[in-house]
Structure formats: C-alpha cells, structure tokens
Design a protein around this ligand. Structure first.
Ligand code: ARG
Length: 559
C-alpha cells in the first residue's frame, strides 16, 4: 500500500500536477507529524507563495475520505494523519498474502548482468574483495526478487604477463606437495619470491615474457601449468563462495576474450576511432576530459580495456541485457568511464545501460595491504576468525551449537558489517564492532529474528481470531508501516545499487518490533489477542528472514 499515493489521490488542486505533488510528499519520521508530510519550502520558489500559505491552501483542497483522519498545517508543513485502523487492516491483509517465503515480483522479461567478485587467478582472495563479492551477490538477489533474469559473471583476471612470471617461479622453485597443501598461499609465495629475485636478476623477467608468450601460443606445458593455477584458485575461492551462499552463472574471464577482440578492433578502425599515440593505438577522449583509452600496446598486445570492450559486446549479444552492472572499486572509475564512452562513440545507444557500481576500500584496523609484499588478509581467514569468535562466546555462555548457528552468525556478522554503510565509503573492518550484539549489527538482526521464532514456538498452537485491537499501539503501528515499506525498500535498493538501504531498513524493523515486544506481552489470557500478536510476530520474523536473505545472511531459528 502506497501511503503517499493515498494522500496524493485525496488532494484536488490546480496548484501542482499529480506528479509534482506525489514527488513532494514524504513519509513522516516522527509520529507527531502524522504519517505523510508535505514540506512546502521547496514549492515556495516555483509557486511564488509563502510555505505557510501553500500548506493552508492545500489543506483546504483535501477531499474528505475514510483514509485520512485529519490534516495539520504547521509552519510550512502540511501533515497528514491517516486512519490507523484502515491502514493496518489493509497492510496486514497484504502481508498475509505474501506468505512465509516472499515470492519474487512477476517477471519483467528483462535481464541484468552483474559482473562482481571477479577475482584474479593465482592471487589471494583477500579482504579487499569483500565488498565487490557481497554487494554484487546481494544485488543479484535483489534483482531476482524484483523480477529480473539475473546473470552473475565472475570476470576472472586470468590473462597477463604475470602468469609467465609465475610459470618461471613454479618451474624453478615450485613444490607440488606444498601447492597442494597451501594452495593460493603457496602460489603467492612464488609470486613474491619472483619479484624479490627479479630485482637482482633481470633475466627472470625475460624468461617470464618468454613463458607468457608460450601461453599465448598455446604451448602445451605452459597451458597445463596455467590450468593448474586456475583450478587451484577456483577451488579455493569456491570455498568462500559456498560460505557466502554465492553462485555464478559464468566464469568467462579475460582470457575468454582472446579471440573476441579482433572484430571490435576492426570496427574501431572502420569507424575511424583508433589513433596512433607513441606507437600504441588509442581512442582519443580529450573532448570528454579523459585520458585516451588504450586499445593496443606498441607490440600489438591487447589491454584490460580491450578485453572489457569485447566483454561488453559479448554480453550484449549473449544476454541482451537491460543493464550490465560492474561492481568494481572506485579506483577503476576512469577505466569504466573510458570503456563506456568508447562503446557510445562506436554508436551504440546501449552504452547507457552499462553501469559502474563503485565502492570504497576495505582495510583491517589500520593494516595496509599489498599483494607484492605478501601481507595479505585472506577473506576466508576473516570469515573463519569471525566464526571462531562466535563459538568462543557461545561456549562461555554455555549455549549449545545447533544447526551451524556459529557459522551463520560469524559469517553473517562480516557480511552485514560490509553492507551496513553506503558502499562508496571506505571500510575499516573490526571484529568487535561486527560481532557486537548491541547496536546495528548482523547478530542483532539474527537475534531479533530468533527471538521472534522462539516467541512463536513457546506460544504453541493458538486457537483464536484476528483482533486488530491487539495491535492498537504506536509501537505496533510503527511496525506495520515498516512492514508495508518492504517492497519499496527493495526497489529503492535496486535502483540505487545500494544493499545498505535494506540493511538500514531491517535495523529499523528490528528496533520497532523490539520496542513493541518490550511494551506488550505476546501471550496473554485473551486467546484472540494472543493469536493476533503471535501472527504479528510471525510477519516480522518472515520479513526479517526474507530481507536478510537479500543481503546474503542466513537467519537461524534459534540462537
Ligand atoms: N579482476 C579485476 C581486479 O581485480 C576486476 C575485474 C572487474 N570486471 C571487469 N569487467 N573489469 O581489479
């Protein structure tokens, strides 16, 4: 139910168009300002009237109806008080329809591609990948819920001269047993060692270039070693994806585009977009205040951008997407602006459907991370540490570990922490903050959910009839209005590519329910009241569980 629409439909005025009016309305934050509010300050300029006068004029235009109890014009704001009974009945009726597991919106026939996580082969899957992985994974679920067909793409970093270097290191110092045991960590050590030794021995770099050429030319030995690196990395990374409940529909990475770039280069040529610059071939973007987009190096080698161009065309042809999202750190802002611009200059209007979804950097309480130096914090280790900490707390409190609760809470805490602030902000990860049961955390939400389930379990089978008077309180009404906002919240999160909007919403819902719970006994003598409050509790639990699912968090029934 759209409360703003109800208000909008109740006003008959020539002052503003229906659209203008609807856009100007806001949901009230404080109950003393009613449910919906029309702030008139912004309108004052265009309407050339004082805000007070506008509020009064519109107040006089409100057509009486059963949904609106009263309106109040207070110093430039027009506040609408809706009929709580009517609203509650309607909203709870809608919620009842949703059932326990919310069904996605009807399919809209559109496809969204989501390029996320996009790890690099033979490189650690570290805490820096946390945001792309969980933001992308969450957007995947959000868009699915909104009725899109979703394609999750892990654009593997599996091309480049570094793989030649790694082969050299592997052939010289590699030890299969160690690699078998320590997987990516062993590969990382080889990589670090290569760079150390190459500082004093330029011939190593030469060899590296040679072996990369062997990969390019399809030398069997080179390819076999390279495949091995790939298998090891993916096996390792998949462990983390399993923990996070993430799956990809495609692992077409950079090397996949080896044979798909030439047609794009030819087309760039044919459209006179390629120019020479110090021997390299670039698309000049001076006019757009951007550095040129590098397409071919002096030696004819292709680049990251060349592969991304080929990938954009491939995705368009293969999936006919309505949107193609790239969940990649803001450090690559320029790269994506360049690539999207080149697609546009090639004359394709779908360039506007390519969207870079940037996010900030992650660090671990003051540590700086550098792959080359080898001081890396592995994402898997962060998840494991978090789970261990939860286990320790549970042991201290003598709580039995059931159904992998510690795993769900430990992992959920990390995910929620990552998705709790606006994605563009840099994130300093802290176990203490993430794992706290108080404040705005994953464990707090999971705990509220588990408490709801426990209330329901303890109440047992209740025979009774629905009685709205059992929910006749400000705190219940607050919860009802929040339940009503569920879909609008998911839509907004999708439109803004911002899972944190759902995180905030869930926190508000949990807080509102906890207030209700504090003020009201659920199980009382009156059967109908009990029945109604238990059902209400179930609605909240279901909303929390479904909402947490959208941000990749499991909600255990007991904690
Ligand atoms: N592997 C890249 C990196 O770690 C991210 C790739 C993002 N996706 C893309 N289509 N460029 O920086």
């Amino acid at each position: 139910m759209d409360l703003k629409r109800i208000v909008c439909n109740s006003i008959k005025t020539d002052l503003l168009s229906e659209d203008e009016l609807y856009c100007a309305l806001t949901l009230s934050v404080d109950e003393k300002n009613g449910d919906v509010c029309l702030p008139c300050f912004k309108l004052a300029k265009t309407l050339r009237k004082s805000p007070m006068m506008i509020a009064d004029t519109i107040k006089a235009c409100v057509v009486e109806n059963e949904y609106i109890d009263k309106t109040e014009s207070v110093s430039g704001y027009l506040n609408f008080f809706l009929n709580r009974t009517k609203i509650s009945e309607y909203v709870l009726g809608e919620i009842a329809q949703k059932g326990e597991e919310y069904k996605p919106f009807e399919s809209n026939g559109k496809t969204v591609c989501i390029d996320y996580s996009s790890i690099n082969i033979a490189k650690p899957f570290h805490i820096g990948h946390l945001l792309t992985t969980v933001i992308g994974g969450s957007l995947y679920r959000i868009y699915k819920y909104l009725g899109y067909k979703t394609v999750g793409i892990n654009h593997l970093g599996d091309w480049g001269t570094q793989f030649g270097k790694l082969i050299v290191a592997y052939k010289k110092w590699g030890n299969d047993e160690d690699i078998e045991k320590r997987t990516i960590k062993a590969l990382l050590d080889l990589y670090v060692r290569f760079h150390k030794e190459a500082e004093n021995d330029e011939s190593l770099n030469e060899e590296g270039r040679y072996w990369f050429k062997q990969i390019e030319e399809g030398n069997e030995e080179a390819l076999a070693i390279f495949e091995k690196f790939k298998t090891i990395t993916l096996k390792e990374v998949n462990k983390v994806y399993d923990k996070l409940g993430i799956k990809f529909d495609s692992y077409a990475g950079e090397s996949f585009y080896n044979d798909k770039m030439q047609p794009v280069i030819d087309e760039l040529n044919a459209k006179n977009l390629l120019v020479e610059s110090e021997g390299a071939k670039v698309v000049n973007l001076d006019e757009y205040n951007m550095a040129p987009c590098l397409i071919l190096k002096k030696d004819g080698a292709t680049l990251y951008a060349t592969r991304d161009l080929a990938a954009a065309f491939y995705r368009k042809q293969t999936y006919d997407f309505d949107k193609c999202l790239y969940v990649v750190a803001y450090q690559q802002n320029l790269h994506f602006k360049q690539v999207f611009k080149v697609v546009e200059l090639m004359g394709y209007d779908w360039a506007e459907k390519l969207v870079h979804v940037p996010f900030g950097m992650v660090s671990l309480e003051g540590m700086t991370l550098s792959t080359r130096e080898g001081n890396v914090v592995f994402l898997e280790d962060v998840l494991n540490t978090s789970v261990e900490k939860v286990k320790a707390v549970m042991k201290e409190k003598n709580t039995d570990e059931e159904d992998g609760v510690a795993e769900k809470v430990g992992v959920g805490a990390v995910i929620f922490y990552a998705l709790s602030s606006a994605r563009i902000k840099d994130l300093v990860f802290s176990y203490d903050k993430a794992l706290s049961f108080e404040g705005e955390t994953g464990p707090y939400l999971q705990y509220t959910h588990a408490r709801c389930r426990s209330v329901i379990r303890k109440a047992g089978e209740v025979e009774g009839k629905f009685d709205l008077s059992a929910l006749d309180s400000s705190s219940a009404y607050e919860v009802i209005k929040l339940l009503n906002e569920y879909d609008a919240t998911v839509i907004e999160a999708g439109e803004k590519y911002e899972p944190s909007i759902i995180s905030h919403y869930l926190i508000s819902l949990a807080k509102a329910y906890n207030k209700f719970y504090l003020e009201n006994r659920i199980v009382v003598d009156d059967k109908n009241v009990t029945y109604t409050r238990v059902l209400f509790t179930k609605y909240v639990a279901d909303a929390l569980k479904n909402g947490l699912g959208l941000i990749l968090i499991d909600a255990p029934n007991k904690m």
